[in-house]
Design a protein around this ligand. Structure first.
Ligand SMILES: Cc1cc2nc3c(=O)[nH]c(=O)nc-3n(C[C@H](O)[C@H](O)[C@H](O)COP(=O)(O)OP(=O)(O)OC[C@H]3O[C@@H](n4cnc5c(N)ncnc54)[C@H](O)[C@@H]3O)c2cc1C
Length: 557
């Protein structure tokens, strides 16, 4: 073949050069780059934790850890019901990347820190670290959260606390399928939901019969089922079951103290749209051994201690998903050009991205304010703020996330829906936090319950809002509207979502004002309290996107 024929063939072979594609967002520091997070950590009392958060932020932004997130989702957990000889083993096999993510979180104490080192700001520091790791992968955060959240419930029964807390609080990860006594580090799961109803756990049919004496700390045999039980390789589960004196809470280990497997049969794993790295099992309890935690007949009250904290983590992890989605969108817009200019410079795209960043900032501010309230349970006003703030935040931040993530995905164009890009997984994961741990309506109804049972909570809320009274007329008007809506007793349940929205937006606006960035706060207030904002990208005139967008840039120069 002649030289000219050769080059013609080569030219045919080389159909095109790859141009105008965005480089991967990796090897960046998630903490260092996040101005709003750094400000929030200092503002809410965890400035002392910045060095370790910076280190964790670098780890979470490394290409290696980001790849773990992809692998843990691409290679789904697999149920091994029996071994090759036919013995029942009820084990789940995960990709090694899932174990690496678990180890990373457990070694930095995402499950234990405020319980082992209860200094002021410990909850804020932990929340910030969760916010960083939640941006890598959401599924593995479920067992980290449940282990963290189980601690107050475990503490209700001293003999259980004594034998289990050393392992639960230990920093480290031991994925071995062995009795708890043979392991240095333990994780805890939760089994409430049954087929006939998850929100209404009073409908639970699983029964618990005492083996001898009755009451707190005593062993029982549980017979029944659980319809959703996530992270089934946890070492033990807090479960609800009907004891002779009513619904009670039990600690049910995977292994019995005699070294045999407990009768927790994993029937199958759920095939979920999102949260794929995390296994969620359907379970039968065929006489499983469990110890009563808390008082007999007060199971809901006992497990609600845990649920309050899992709801808190739903807020933190949804805020994390928002931040990661905005980071991906801004990063893409900075590197992608269309019609002759980078997307980041095009006015309509600037409107959309700025709006997304405002949402993410409002969510983070609310999450960190609740973390500070958790840090100060001895202060009555903080306790009351939290009591209302958890259902308000769980409702609002989790519900705002799917819409935001979808919009961020659209900023990436077609790449946004391709599984090789983080945006697609963020989208599939986005609705989960709103649904589990009490779905939206349940949160709204809980807010009404708080208003009825703890009227002082709304006083604490308005005391918080009073800090910014007079600063922004639109916020003052929103607070006045909220007061009127709360005073109106007609069709309250029908209007509950609207009330919760008013509570959430006014608190977010006030917190952003107090955070001191007037550009962010004014833009949030004008877009959220000014009667607009049905879809993202509807910011009014007179907002300076440049400074706000700079805060969304995950890789500032
Ligand atoms: C990925 C995943 C993992 C999970 N892992 C666990 C786990 O580890 N442990 C566990 O115990 N559970 C787990 N769950 C279950 C989850 O907590 C429940 O699905 C959830 O609480 C809702 O319960 P349900 O599915 O029975 O729906 P239902 O209770 O039937 O509710 C259906 C809808 O009705 C609404 N609703 C209910 N009552 C009212 C009312 N009075 N007024 C207005 N609306 C109402 C709810 O808000 C919801 O939107 C998991 C769920 C998912 C998706």
């Amino acid at each position: 073949m002649s030289q000219s024929q050769d080059s013609a063939v080569e030219a045919l072979d080389r159909t095109h050069s790859v141009l105008n594609q965005t480089p991967p967002l990796e090897d960046y520091n998630l903490y260092e780059a996040d101005i709003a997070l750094r400000e929030g950590v200092r503002r809410e009392g965890a400035g002392w934790a910045e060095a370790e958060l910076r280190a964790h932020g670098a780890r979470c932004g490394s290409a290696e850890v980001i790849e773990w997130g992809f692998l843990a989702n691409r290679c789904k957990p697999e149920l091994l019901s029996h071994d090759r000889q036919g013995h029942r083993i009820d084990r789940v096999r995960y990709h090694p990347a899932y174990h690496e993510l678990m180890r990373l979180g457990l070694e930095v104490g995402l499950h234990s820190r405020p319980w082992t080192d209860a200094k002021a700001g410990a909850q804020v520091a932990r929340a910030a670290a969760c916010y960083l790791q939640g941006q890598v992968e959401a599924g593995h955060c479920c067992p980290l959260t449940m282990t963290f959240a189980a601690v107050p419930t475990l503490r209700m029964t001293p003999e259980i606390a004594q034998s289990w807390l050393p392992g639960v609080l230990a920093r480290g990860y031991d994925p071995g399928d062995r009795p708890a006594a043979q392991k240095g580090a333990l994780t805890i799961g939760m089994g409430m939901t049954e087929k006939q109803g998850g929100s209404d756990v009073r409908a639970n049919t699983t029964s618990a019969q005492p083996l001898g004496a009755r009451g707190s700390g005593e062993p029982h045999r549980l017979v029944g089922h659980k319809w959703f039980m996530s992270a089934p390789m946890c070492d033990a589960f807090l479960m609800l079951a009907q004891a002779p004196d009513g619904l009670s809470c039990f600690l049910v280990p995977r292994w019995q103290p005699d070294g045999s497997r407990n009768a927790i049969r994993l029937q199958r794993l759920k095939d979920k749209v999102g949260n794929v790295a995390n296994a969620s099992a359907e379970v039968e309890l065929q006489g499983a051994l469990g110890w009563m935690v808390g008082e007999e007949g007060r199971g809901v009250a006992s497990i609600l201690e845990m649920v309050a904290l899992t709801r808190f983590d739903c807020i933190v992890n949804s805020a994390a998903a928002q931040r990661q989605a905005v980071s991906q969108a801004v990063h893409h817009a900075m590197h992608r050009s269309a019609f002759g200019a980078a997307l980041i410079h095009q006015p309509l795209m600037r409107n959309v991205l700025t709006d997304l960043q405002l949402e993410a900032e409002g969510s983070l501010a609310l999450a960190l304010r609740m973390a500070r309230a958790l840090d100060h349970p001895q202060i009555e006003a903080e306790r009351l703020l939290l009591r209302l703030g958890l259902p308000v935040g769980k409702y609002w931040v989790c519900k705002r996330t799917p819409g935001l993530v979808y919009e961020a995905m659209e900023c990436l164009g077609g790449n946004g829906v391709i599984e090789e890009f983080v945006a697609a997984r963020l989208y599939r994961d986005a609705p989960i936090n709103a649904i589990w741990e009490g779905s939206g309506n349940i949160q709204a109804l809980d807010v009404l319950r708080v208003l009825d049972k703890s009227p002082a909570a709304i006083d604490a809320w308005f005391a918080e809002l009073a800090e910014t009274a007079g600063a922004e007329p639109l916020l003052d008007a929103a607070v006045a509207d909220l007061k009127a809506a709360l005073a109106d007793g007609r069709e309250r349940e029908y209007r509950a979502r609207s009330l919760v929205q008013g509570l959430a937006l006014s608190l977010q606006a006030s917190l952003l004002l107090r955070a001191g960035n007037t550009g962010v706060a004014a833009a949030f207030i004008r877009s959220r309290l000014g009667g607009r904002g049905h879809l993202y990208g509807d910011l009014p005139r007179g907002i300076d996107p440049g400074a706000i967008l700079a805060r969304g840039n995950p890789r500032p120069a």
